[in-house]
Design a protein around this ligand. Structure first.
Ligand code: FAD
Ligand code: DHB
Length: 391
């Protein structure tokens, strides 16, 4: 097969890129390892920045967010006996949206199907070739076991942290940075109305807890747990008990309403950046190039911001053989990547128990400052609600 851009990975980065390219008259073929059903069912991120929502709306895939998303003015930050609301709209004039990655994924699949987007699901053995030429290609085995080859003008590596694209970057021409955190998140999805109108990020001597949500009837909650935690050790009762303690059930009349847990998993926490995000005709986007710890909800938004930059760069490359934007892609994208890396690390460091009592006092001091100083609150709000695309 021959196309303009071969896209490896049908997560939000790959599918949104295919959509943006199609709008610009650039053809692409998406190659995904998992089945369509598996990709559709994955439970992941839940918060969209206003710049992500603006972009989705401006390219015709915002109807789902408008119909099913919930706009939030800010978040609550709390520690034992104190809860403070940060109003991002008052602070920086921007809001955020609760809209599950699962829903966004479904919107992007529907848009692709309506536009006749070519996509191969359930593939294996994807491999990248001739990246240093202007005729790179991808080989893979399709779901029927047939060998396939896609020739393209460029390859977009949108295949997450463990895909073949990052691995195809030559080791002697790249740099990477990594931080592994000494704790994980135990995440649950529960069929119960959220006990809060906006998200609660809670510092607690037992460890961090987060009350998020997916809709008026579905809650998403997280607990800081030690690395290596086995979900089997956490009964539903133990989870709700720990959440009640850490989120302050009973304080000032606030109640946490438990309900049936429909999903439970442990997520390790890591920061990672790969640089450059380009080698020859291979361009990395989203988790293929970087990982952030989830605190602050940047992963999905960063994937969206990457492809918003990459799509016009690939359009200019394919249509006009104009390499200027493609050449600038990595350094432009990495500016925002490092801002989000810093913010995610900072939120993580402020809210998770490290076990060191000195750290705990610093965290409480930081929380008091962020919730009482307009300058402190505005810094958090500006980063959480998201800097403009292209920052
Ligand atoms: P992905 O969504 O990972 O998509 C990559 C795609 O490439 C996948 O569909 C994968 O199957 C495919 N692929 C991989 N290998 C191959 C191959 N060999 N051949 C073909 N295709 C391949 N962020 C938050 O902000 N909040 C959260 O609560 C949150 N929770 C998360 C939970 C989990 C378990 C994970 C993994 C991530 C979570 N994230 C969260 C991060 C966020 O979901 C990601 O940043 C986002 O999905 C990035 O989108 P992406 O398209 O770059 O990568
Ligand atoms: C969610 C995840 C986050 O990491 C976060 O900071 C806020 C919300 C969520 O899954 O809903």
């Amino acid at each position: 097969m021959r196309t303009d851009v071969a896209i490896i990975g049908a997560g939000p980065a790959g599918l949104l890129l295919a959509h943006l390219l199609a709008q610009d008259g650039v053809e692409s073929i998406v190659i995904e390892a998992r089945t369509k059903e598996y990709v559709a069912a994955r439970i992941r991120a839940g918060i969209l920045e206003s710049s992500s929502v603006d972009l989705l709306r401006s390219v015709g895939v915002g109807a789902g967010v408008d119909a099913g998303g919930e706009e939030h003015r800010g978040i609550y930050l709390q520690w034992p006996s104190e809860r403070h609301h940060l109003d991002f709209v008052d602070l920086v004039g921007r809001s955020v949206w609760v809209y599950g990655q699962t829903q966004l994924q479904a919107d992007l699949v529907a848009a692709g199907e309506a536009a006749g987007q070519q996509a191969y699901y359930g593939t294996s053995d994807a491999a990248l070739h001739d990246l240093e030429t202007d005729r790179p290609y991808v080989t893979f085995t399709d779901s029927d076991g047939a060998a396939q080859r896609v020739d393209a003008a460029a390859i977009a590596g949108c295949d997450g942290a463990f895909g073949p694209s990052r691995a195809a970057m030559p080791a002697d021409q790249q740099e990477s940075w990594e931080r592994v955190y000494p704790f994980s998140w135990l995440g649950i999805l529960a069929d119960v109305a959220p006990s809060t109108d906006e998200l609660i990020y809670a510092w607690h001597p037992d460890g961090f807890a987060l009350h998020s949500m997916r809709s008026a009837t579905v809650s998403r909650l997280y607990l800081q747990v030690p690395n290596g935690t086995d979900v089997a050790d956490w009964s539903d009762e133990r989870i709700w008990g720990a959440l009640a303690t850490r989120l302050g059930h009973g304080q000032n009349g606030w109640q946490l309403n438990p309900g049936p847990i429909t999903e439970k998993s442990v997520l390790p926490m890591r920061s990672f950046v790969q640089s450059p995000m380009r080698h020859g005709r291979l361009f990395l986007a989203g988790d293929a190039a970087h990982t952030v710890p989830p605190t602050g909800a940047k992963g999905l938004n960063l994937a969206i911001a990457d492809v918003a930059l990459l799509a016009p760069a690939l359009g200019a490359l394919v249509h006009k053989n104009d390499t200027a934007a493609a050449d600038a892609y990595s350094s432009t994208a990495l500016r925002r990547v490092w801002r989000c890396e810093h913010f995610s690390w900072w939120m993580t460091s402020m809210l998770h128990l490290s076990g060191d009592p000195f750290d705990a006092q610093l965290q409480l001091s930081q929380l008091r400052w962020v919730t009482s100083s307009t300058a402190g609150a505005a810094g958090l709000a500006e980063n959480y609600a998201g800097l403009p695309i292209g920052f």
